[in-house]
Design a protein around this ligand. Structure first.
Ligand SMILES: Cc1ncc(C[n+]2csc(CCOP(=O)(O)OP(=O)(O)O)c2C)c(N)n1
Length: 882
């Protein structure tokens, strides 16, 4: 065994040099517990440890406890249900889940699906469904282990919420009746609430959800309640950094509304999670160290009589020295093997189980398969205060699947069972099926009057209804017109500012809006000062569940660093993953809580789609409604920061997310119109879209909004410079629009060429519109003469078009298919680097001179080469080759 792996108190291999003395100490402690109770024992041990520390005595690992259940028999509450009926229900669910996957794969081997994971999690889920998970918007929020979805479907089928046809269309979704592979609110908007398919995001999102629930309470949107967030996670999944990322905030903010259940079946996809060590002990140390309440749920009640007789803790010793790789083998083998290899190692253990048959040994379940122990763990977790709770539940992967999958290395991907294996499963779980029904994998749903059905419905009724169930709509909110929050931007009249400054002013005004103001959730990841938002600290406060325990250093300042219980800002620290998780919680609050909120997360744009892109994808799946502001955006606009900071790609990624409306505005009035429209669509009309808007920190003159620009701004482009007899059309986005406007001046002044200029606020929206029409044309559904917006702005007339953006040229290339004339796309391809804006724009060849030369070349103007020389362009290799 790897001695570096923390397993438990001390090392079981330490030789005992004086067993008699050891015994006396242990007996003294036992006597103390018996006479004065556990509390006094805790006190004395703590004192002893303190003293030992001052005497510099090396101490054993104190974050790991023995490999036994945390909750002793004496603290176990009575089970509050009918075990026999619940066991029948869970057998039915197990069967239907298995049948669903096997049938799907009989129909087509390419569909996949998992049986072994749910087989291990079934009892953990079922106890929750029968006793704990409260339904509805005032109920609990449950994040399910993704590949255990078959079990959740199978239960919903028993409950009558899904049909046999649905089950038969598991993983066959294109026909409209299917069930999604994993929890996906986008695909099953009335069923799944939380997407968890990408490992690690479930636990992270759950933690921030629990925190957001507290935020809602402290901000007066919800009453303090006993609502819980339950999140089910695989032990292999705990290797994802995101799974652990939120542990400290959960403890720091005392999120006792959170219960994480780690399904410790000791296996992941390829093999054991910690073959040479112990995942349970390792996680115990991590969670306890972070400040969580840890409940180990390792052994079923079947073991209790053995523990009671094992007065010298031989079992504990044997458990401690057994690594997970061995435990897996014990799961895959029978009672005889377990006796020989596990128990017979020590004569004392051999003796301990001498009265049990091999079959009896085979029936010694692990804790995560014993509803009574699970109930007890949940019961304690639900009542624990002041800390979040993690339950480390030991299970067997493929439990009950016999030689087909139980404990097998290949169990994860087992999706086909032969006739004998199906019969064995039927017998193991006493299912009411004939051999023939078994062979065809018939689904089973007893009549509604059957005792198990009556019981199942009664339990759910008591817990407020069925679950998971997602609410798709909330109340609609009245949103303000741009004139109400951005008059300064609509009538800027040449005033200089950056779009970031304009944004901050708009947020300041929106915060005062009677309806929306308090629903705005400003989120920052330690960059408020960078974006000029520090004034908001005092104005609306930073959320802190315990207020502010110190007088801030800058308390004499007008805008000091104010933390408050009712604070509105979520200041996440340097933690984009956490900030995004908070954003998702707020952006889905309309559904999870029936409280529509408007999250506005502003961040360094490079650390968005690139850094936490998978979270944004999951946010889209979640039907998030809110704003993401990629600030100090662009590869040449964020000038001094260099390769890691300069974002040239986020708009390209944003274009791939179907419900993301992405904009790269240049002018403050464009930003105002986009925000006005976004709020209306998301909060008023309740469209399941979210907005990604890039903001820049370059100050320049902001024009007033021209008449009639609104539609073009929203559709993606509008004309900002007219030119009679234009020879070329120039398109610009973000701050590069200013270079493009300057290029038009150069062309006219230096070469006598007239150019008209368009502001492209969204290449993405233009592309979508174009794709829509192309498809309609392809399918013969387009009306005669119907044109996409871009073609209406740029009617075919032989005039070449040149576009330039602060993103890679592929962004501008997105619209190429709908431009009838010659088209040149310029962008910032290559690695970013630090320099002044002017130098960077020259380097990436998106400065005014480069645009002018590109236009002349596209025009076939023979003076293009001369122009390049005159402007000093073309030295060195291409930017993407440097
Ligand atoms: C980010 C990510 N990486 C990989 C996968 C593929 N995957 C799905 S389940 C799984 C194994 C899960 O093991 P564990 O978390 O231990 O759960 P178990 O099935 O054993 O209960 C893997 C690798 C994924 N879904 N998400």
């Amino acid at each position: 065994m790897d001695s570096s792996v923390p397993r438990a108190v001390g090392d079981p291999h330490d030789p005992d040099t004086d067993p008699l003395e050891t015994r006396e100490w242990i007996e003294a402690l036992d006597a103390l517990i018996a006479q004065e109770g556990a509390e006094r024992a805790t006190f004395l041990l703590r004192r002893l440890l303190q003293h030992a520390r001052t005497r510099r005595v090396p101490l054993p690992q104190v974050l790991a406890t023995p490999y036994i259940n945390t909750i002793g028999l004496a603290e176990q509450p009575p089970f509050q249900g009918n075990l026999e009926i619940e066991s029948r229900i869970s057998s039915l669910v197990r069967w239907n889940a298995l049948a669903m996957v096997v049938r799907a794969n009989r129909a087509s081997g390419e569909l996949g699906g998992h049986i072994a994971s749910y087989a291990s999690a079934a009892d953990l889920f079922e106890v929750g469904f029968n006793h704990f998970f409260r339904a509805g918007q005032q109920g609990d929020l449950v994040y399910f282990q993704p590949h255990s979805a078959p079990g959740v479907y199978a239960r919903a089928f028993l409950e009558g919420r899904l049909t046999e046809e649905n089950l038969d269309n598991y993983r066959r979704e294109t026909g409209g009746k299917g069930l999604s592979s994993y929890p996906h609110p986008w695909l099953m908007p009335n069923f799944w609430q939380f997407p968890t398919g990408s490992m690690g995001l479930g636990p992270l999102f759950a933690i921030y959800q629990a925190r957001f629930m507290r935020y809602l309470e402290h901000r007066g949107f919800a009453q303090p309640s006993a609502r819980k967030v339950w999140t089910f996670v695989g032990d292999g999944e705990m290797d994802e950094p995101e799974s652990l990322a939120g542990l400290s905030i959960a403890a720091r903010e005392k999120l006792d509304n959170l219960v994480m259940v780690v399904n410790c079946n000791l296996q992941r996809l390829d093999g054991p999670v910690r073959g040479n060590g112990s995942i349970v002990q390792e996680l115990e140390g991590l969670f306890a160290g972070a400040g969580w309440n840890v409940i180990k749920l390792l052994w079923s009640g079947d073991w209790d009589p053995l523990f009671a007789r094992d007065t010298h803790q031989w079992l504990e010793k044997r458990f401690l020295e057994t690594v997970d790789g061995e435990f897996q083998t014990y799961a895959a083998t029978d009672g005889a093997f377990n006796r020989e290899h596990f128990f017979n190692k020590y004569p004392e253990l051999k003796q301990l189980v001498a009265h049990l048959s091999d079959d009896d040994l085979d029936r010694l379940r692990r804790g995560g398969h014993d509803p009574v122990k699970i109930f007890s763990a949940y019961w304690h977790a639900a009542r624990h205060t002041g800390q979040p709770t993690v339950i480390l539940a030991m299970t067997k992967k493929g439990y009950g699947m016999g030689t087909a999958a139980q404990g097998r290395m290949t169990g994860h991907q087992q999706k086909k069972l032969d006739g004998d294996q199906l019969l064995a499963f039927r017998d193991r779980f006493a299912l009411p099926l004939t051999d023939a029904q078994c062979d065809t994998c018939e689904f089973v749903r007893p009549a509604r009057e059957a005792p198990e059905m009556a019981y199942l419905h009664a339990r759910r009724e008591k817990l407020g209804g069925y679950l998971p169930a997602r609410v798709a709509r909330s109340e609609s909110l009245e949103t303000p017109p741009a004139a109400a929050f951005a008059k300064f931007a609509l009538e800027a009249a040449g005033k200089e500012m950056s779009t970031t400054v304009a944004y901050v002013r708009m947020v300041g005004a929106l915060l005062k809006d009677a309806v929306l103001g308090r629903r705005i959730v400003p989120i920052i990841a330690d960059e408020a000062r960078t974006f000029g938002m520090a004034d908001l600290f005092r104005q609306i406060g930073i959320y802190s569940p315990i207020g502010q325990l110190y007088q801030p250093e800058d308390s004499a300042q007008l805008s000091y660093y104010k933390e408050a219980v009712e604070g509105q800002i979520l200041e996440e620290g340097i933690n984009e993953a956490g900030a995004l998780a908070s954003w998702v919680a707020a952006a889905t609050s309309y559904s999870a809580h029936g409280v529509p909120m408007l999250p506005m997360y502003i961040y360094y744009s490079m650390f968005g789609f690139q850094r936490v892109g998978d979270e944004i994808w999951a946010a889209a799946d979640s039907r998030s409604r809110g704003f993401l502001f990629g600030a100090t955006a662009g590869r040449t606009t964020l000038s001094g920061e260099g390769l890691q900071h300069e974002d040239g790609t986020s708009h390209l990624v944003a274009s791939t997310i179907p419900n993301c409306r992405a904009y790269d505005p240049c002018f403050a009035y464009e930003l105002a119109v986009i925000m006005e429209d976004g709020m209306k669509r998301m909060l008023g009309e309740q469209e399941d879209v979210f907005y990604y808007v890039t903001l820049m920190n370059e100050s320049y003159a902001m024009p007033s909004m021209p008449e009639g620009a609104r539609e073009g701004i929203l559709r993606g482009m509008h004309r900002v410079r007219e030119a009679k007899g234009a020879k070329v059309r120039l398109l610009g986005a973000g701050t590069i629009l200013n270079e493009v406007l300057a290029a038009a001046e150069l062309l006219e002044r230096d070469w006598g060429l007239a150019a008209e200029v368009f502001s492209v606020t969204s290449f993405t929206e233009l592309r979508r519109d174009g794709m829509e029409l192309s498809r309609a044309r392809r399918l013969g559904a387009a009306g005669a003469g119907q044109l996409p917006w871009i073609a209406r702005q740029l009617p075919a007339n032989g005039t070449p078009v040149v576009a330039a953006t602060d993103y890679v040229s592929a962004v501008a290339d997105l619209i190429r298919p709908w431009i009838a004339d010659a088209y040149v796309a310029l962008g910032t391809d290559g690695f970013g680097r630090s320099d002044t804006r002017a130098s960077l724009r020259r380097f990436f060849e998106v400065d005014r001179q480069s645009v002018a030369v590109a236009a002349m070349h596209a025009l076939g103007d023979g003076r293009a080469g001369e122009a390049a020389k005159r402007y000093g362009l073309g030295a060195g290799a291409a930017p993407w080759a440097r």
